[in-house]
Design a binder for this molecule. Sequence first.
Ligand SMILES: *Cc1c(COP(=O)(O)O)cnc(C)c1O
Length: 384
Amino acid sequence: MAIPFIDLQAQRARLGPSLEDAILKVVRSGAFVMGPEITLLEAELARFGHADHALTCGSGTEALLLPLMAWGVGPGDAIFCPSFTFAATAEVAPLIGATPVFVDIDPVTLNMDPMSLEAAIASVVAKGELKPKVIIAVDLFGQPADYPAISTIARRHGLKLIADSAQGFGGTLGGEHPIHWADVTATSFYPAKPLGAYGDGGAVLSKDARLHDVMISVRVHGQAVKSDAEHEAFEHDPRYLNMRVGMNARMDTIQAAILLEKLKIFEDEIVARNRVAARYAEGLAGAAVTPRVIDGGLSVWAQYTIEVDRRDAMVAHLRSREVPTAVFYPIPIHRQKPYAAYPTAPGGLPVTEAKAARVLSLPMHPYLTQADQDAVIAAIRSFA
Ligand SMILES: *Cc1c(COP(=O)(O)O)cnc(C)c1O
């Protein structure tokens, strides 16, 4: 049987009937939108991620959009982000009329390079056309970005910091979750993410009660929320009093019910993912450049991504041995047509471009058997 790249059915078998019961309970209750599981999940996510507040939403993209809209970021504002990431990280900038400014990555961790960030901010300030507003750091492939360095830069320049932890939710640095340094953590529950639902979903973790409240409002069409009522009196149902321009960014109750079940085993799955990663590192030593996690960091291994010189030939070789692989990401965002005109850090993004040609992601999930993993390792080692 072919080795799966990600095996969601193994997890489903482990969770057994409790998962299906949770789904059926929502179906029977009829509370498809904003049912009680939503509030329960938000409390559990805040607890798990060591945040004061958690807000569920419809996707990871919305989780990035909600704080930006709540802060009123828009035209003339610069949002600094890596280019070596999933499109959504950068996409939210033009969606609200702001400008993404692309920053290079560290050659070892593949996460945002604080020196390149510093240079990008300096060049935007020197040009004087855009106002630096927000940094979005990405926990690429599951490992935390260099939050101590990046948050120091954010504070020095008065910028907001978003942790795009769509791939890294559950990861820590020195035992702390990204929210320890960031203003908000945005995450995704797309099924293939380390903590995945059975459809789309996302969440924003924060530590500022007013921001959380405004995001609740933006999530449902700018409806009046608690902190609005402190400034204004109104006689009607506050749901139909629109205080700001918002959208519909709600998570479905069914997805919340599923995530509540999956969250129970997530800690254990992170341990299993790290066991798989350690075995890869040992088995592939000398045959490929294996990933390195930042000192003190714990990765949740959304991907196990190696670097190889002759990638196309390696992919073909592995395919011939029924080993599935994937390339995240073959074209960095600043090289994609809709983003090509946006600014980059001075000198461009040489590390990003070099890595995009070399990275290769291997089968990775908590239920990867030793036999399957040994087959992957042997296939890579047999590549001449
Ligand atoms: C998946 C992902 C997102 C977007 O999440 P969706 O739930 O698909 O909208 C954002 N950023 C990164 C880094 C991602 O990997």
